[in-house]
Design a protein around this ligand. Structure first.
Ligand code: UDP
Ligand code: MG
Length: 325
């Protein structure tokens, strides 16, 4: 097997505080891999600037002038982690044999990259980085994450437990991933669907070296909710079940009320009335909300809007010539 061209894709959003260190550490790793002839000397690190408001892009640009291994892609605006990563993967797919995605904040263990490449040499096409411990995460993040994976599994959505977006994919696997044209990308759910020979590598997740998490509670909830509704119709099915159950309940309650009336025990109170109004009203609203959620999804999908726009490309070969044309 020829030495593969590796591209490490790093989405960055306001990461000026960690960029220099991340770039240094990744360059060290890539140089080692090249020296050991595990990857081709054409391997690169592709930083995707997701419309940062700080100096991240100028740092990338500056670094790419002095560091041969550093390349950059600047998106026209902030499109979110998943789309930014996708932009990097799509660019990298064209000119690499394998691609590793990693966050900019050094929370994932960079030394594991070597193991990823070794697995690639053994013929694995997808290698998942799996967090061994979550001790450095807050108690809240830990418990919500465990609950999320559990719930997704219950819904029949196969996710690799404790795997974020730190993974290696071969050109072939990536090519298949690119065929998934859905507008709302949830890469963690899509990659296992692609298949191919895959394995997991465990590592300890560290604390962010600097800067803050861009996933506050609100974003985390939206992410989990999107993940569920993009992949499963179980919520809508449970609604049908709930509707059926409340129908059975109302029949039973009706019979009970008739018997009470026949026995002259009726008390015309408003409790039962108000309860049923609230119950049915609540159920209906919930149902409408859920149905609306799916209609919203269809709405977004049919629009087929582009997921990102590239403003500057320091990565794609001959991109400068293309820009001149
Ligand atoms: N990120 C991005 N666009 C965004 C938000 C985040 O490209 O809109 C990047 C961010 O720079 C980081 C990665 O996605 O490299 C993961 O984000 P973060 O570390 O904030 O998430 P957490 O690790 O807290 O889940
Ligand atoms: Mg992080």
């Amino acid at each position: 097997m020829n030495r593969p061209i590796l591209t490490i894709v790093v989405p960055c959003y306001n990461e000026e505080e960690v960029f220099t260190e991340t770039s240094f550490q990744l360059t060290t790793v890539i140089k080692e891999l090249i020296n050991e002839r595990l990857v081709s000397s054409e391997s690169t690190i592709l930083f995707v600037d997701d419309g940062s408001k700080d100096s991240t892009w100028s740092l990338i640009e500056k670094e790419s002038c002095s560091n041969l291994f550093v390349k950059g892609l600047k998106l026209a605006r902030n499109v979110g982690h998943q789309n930014a990563l996708l932009a990097g993967l799509e660019a990298a797919h064209k000119q690499s044999d394998c691609v590793i995605s990693i966050d900019a904040d050094l929370q994932d263990d960079i030394s594991v990259i070597r193991t990823f490449v070794e697995k690639y040499w053994l013929g694995y096409e997808v290698v998942y980085g799996v967090r061994d411990s979550r001790e450095t995460d807050t108690f809240f993040k830990r418990t919500t994450a465990v609950g999320f994976y559990h719930f997704m599994n219950k819904l029949g959505i196969q996710l690799v437990q404790n795997h974020a977006d730190f993974r290696l994919m071969s050109k072939r696997a990536l090519g298949e991933l690119m065929k998934y044209k859905e507008g709302n990308v949830f890469l963690r759910g899509l990659v296992p669907l692609v298949g191919f020979r895959s394995t997991e590598v465990t590592y300890d997740r560290k604390e962010r070296t600097a800067g803050e998490s861009k996933y506050p509670l609100k974003k985390m909830l939206a992410f989990a909710f999107d993940g569920i509704t993009s992949f499963s119709v179980a919520p809508i099915r449970s609604l049908t079940l709930l509707g059926g159950a409340s129908f059975l309940f109302s029949i039973a309650f009706g019979i009970y009320a008739l018997i009470q009336k026949y026995l002259d025990h009726t008390q015309i109170g408003w409790t039962s009335l108000i309860l049923s109004i609230w119950l049915v009203g609540g159920l209906q609203l919930m149902g409408m909300g859920l149905v609306g959620e799916y209609i919203g999804k269809i709405f977004n999908e049919v629009k087929q809007r582009p997921k990102y726009a590239i403003e500057r490309d320091l990565y794609t070969k001959h991109s400068l010539d293309k820009q001149k044309d």
